[in-house]
Design a protein around this ligand. Structure first.
Ligand SMILES: N#Cc1ccccc1Cn1ccc2ccc(-c3cc(N)[nH]n3)cc21
Length: 250
């Protein structure tokens, strides 16, 4: 997968050089290019924003720099052999970002992120590029950030871990809370590791029993308990098998 990010804060994307995404880049599974939008703002002050038509607070990001930046980014990507681009625009008014949407985005061979600042980007920009590629306007939650760069980090990590070869088998995303399957829509339950005793706190006996059926049952029960407590809206979407009292792996 190729990822391009156009932003006025390129340094905000430095975290994409470390950890899972950094390793995927080093392994050649992911190519990430970050571009400074101000490189396409040609006035003396490299201006990228202006006052909103119709009045109102704040500033709006202008069409000019975005149009030139996205055209050049597309040209460079095609020149490098990329194809099938999709534009991803983080916004509070977008489609909720979920594991389902992460999977959809991971199916694109090339994502171009357009994180805005101020009050957003002139709407003619997304209208223009919708004629040339899929445009995903994405919200990462019901709260308002000051810009889209943090959302790019979140979306990129969630998408990258779904790419073939990025997560080892031991870390498979197939058991994710929100991935399709028997444990779908169940939140992660508690986890434990050595030492067996810590500040007078031990390990649940069932996890030391070696009885895989009982362990699986206990883990489902704990996941269900946490889901009922924190996300009761998900319970109705759970696979009915999670309510089965039998000690068996699913
Ligand atoms: N747009 C806008 C906007 C509209 C009203 C008030 C403040 C902003 C700030 N802002 C500018 C860019 C931008 C990008 C993404 C988010 C964003 C996403 C989620 N899920 N929350 N916030 C916010 C962003």
């Amino acid at each position: 997968m190729r990822i391009d990010v156009v932003t006025i804060f390129p340094e905000y994307l430095e975290p994409l050089k470390v950890s899972l995404v950094g390793k995927a880049r080093a392994a050649g599974r992911l190519d990430v290019q970050v571009h400074d939008l101000r490189d396409w703002a040609h006035d003396r002050h490299n201006t990228v924003d202006d006052t909103p038509y119709g009045g109102g607070p704040g500033m709006v990001m202008m069409t000019g720099p975005w149009g030139e930046a996205l055209d050049d980014t597309l040209a460079a990507g095609y020149e490098a052999g990329a194809g099938g681009p999709a534009l991803v625009v983080p916004t509070p008014s977008g489609r909720p970002f979920t594991q389902v949407l992460a999977a959809e985005l991971s199916a694109h061979p090339w994502l171009i992120f357009a994180p805005a600042r101020y009050e957003g980007i002139d709407s003619r920009v997304t209208a223009e590029y919708r004629t040339r590629m899929p445009v995903h306007e994405v919200s990462i939650g019901d709260y308002v950030l000051a810009g889209g760069e943090a959302a790019v980090l979140v979306i990129t990590e969630a998408v990258a871990r779904l790419l073939p070869g990025v997560l080892g088998n031991a870390q498979s995303h197939r058991d994710d809370s929100f991935a399709p399957g028997a444990m779908a829509n169940l939140l992660e339950g508690p986890v434990f590791t050595k030492p067996p005793q810590w500040r007078g706190r031990g390990i649940p006996d069932v996890l030391l029993s070696g009885h895989h059926g009982k362990i699986a049952r206990w883990r489902r029960d704990e996941a269900l308990r946490r889901t009922v407590a924190n996300r009761p809206d998900l319970v109705q979407r759970c696979d009915p098998a999670v309510f089965d009292r039998r000690d068996r792996e699913m």
